[in-house]
Design a binder for this molecule. Structure first.
Ligand code: ZN
Length: 98
């Protein structure tokens, strides 16, 4: 809902789009928003500085684009996906051996 509202605001905007951190928005919603974008818009989103949604910072951010307390946002083969963070070290499961 919060990020969906951005679509109309982005009309007419050119160049790179930096997604803001919106109070009340969730990682899940950010994921849904990215999955719902058309190709042209999604190519303009600045993926290197997506907002994060709480929890401890991730140390290994390779292939990790955002996170909240329990999950990380990753690019799956077909779409953006949420995966669980390791409950021991907090890193993405594919970056630790726990
Ligand atoms: Zn771990």
């Amino acid at each position: 809902m919060f990020y969906q509202n951005l679509i109309s605001e982005l009309t007419g905007v050119t160049g790179t789009i930096k997604l803001p951190l919106i109070f009340g928005a969730s990682l899940e919603e950010c994921c849904d928003y990215l999955n719902g974008l058309d190709d042209e818009t999604s190519q303009r989103i600045d993926l290197t500085s997506l907002p994060t949604f709480g929890g401890s910072d991730i140390e290994n951010t390779s292939e990790v684009f955002s996170w909240d307390e329990n999950r990380v946002l990753v690019q799956g083969e077909q779409s953006w996906e949420l995966q669980r963070r390791c409950s021991e070290c907090g890193e993405a499961m594919f970056h630790c051996d726990h």
